[in-house]
Design a protein around this ligand. Sequence first.
Ligand code: ADP
Length: 193
Amino acid sequence: MKYRTFLLFGAPGSGKGTQGKILGTIPNLFHCACGDVFRNLTIDSEIGRIFLDYSSKGQLVPDEPTIRLWRENIHAQTKLGRFNPELDTLILDGIPRNPHQAEMLKDTLDVKAVFYLSCTDMSKLVERLQRRALRENRLDDANLEVIRQRLETYERETKPVLEFYGKELVHQIDSTQTPVNVLLDILRVIAAV
Ligand code: ADP
């Protein structure tokens, strides 16, 4: 059985997490942010150390441990009764992050729509990330060089995921709008699917 899924897609700072948190409060939608799963690890675990090593350089964590950790997490959420695959729809944020991860998850996810939060103004993204660094105490948001590297990783490795899912599934949304208007655009699609 595949998980019914909506993907939140976009550059770091495009507002995936903001929208995901709001959507996750709606009954039968379950928000899962891959970055949060990583950040909840303790650094005395091996995967915790791997995460710190890669994320502090603005790089992606290798695919195998990432997908393994994600699967373990979703099974745990199911066991805990927080996520019910029979009834709930996943709102995935930050995964899959390259075409190989999309391929690895092909038999697991039934992707109904991809919300591409687009932003052509790089300076706006950088500004948002720097503000978040202060609020959320995130090391990878604090350093301009790491931010630059993450945006580059996104362009090079993550953006091709859009082609994997194809035009019929991808809904481009202007992420420079207010959060309320971005949410409206997303909800219109969800309500119609
Ligand atoms: P952002 O989208 O703002 O970069 P995230 O919290 O989604 O923030 O990700 C933070 C870091 O966690 C990434 O830079 C990357 O190192 C790691 N990460 C998160 N999700 C994945 C993934 N699916 N595959 C590989 N690395 C990931």
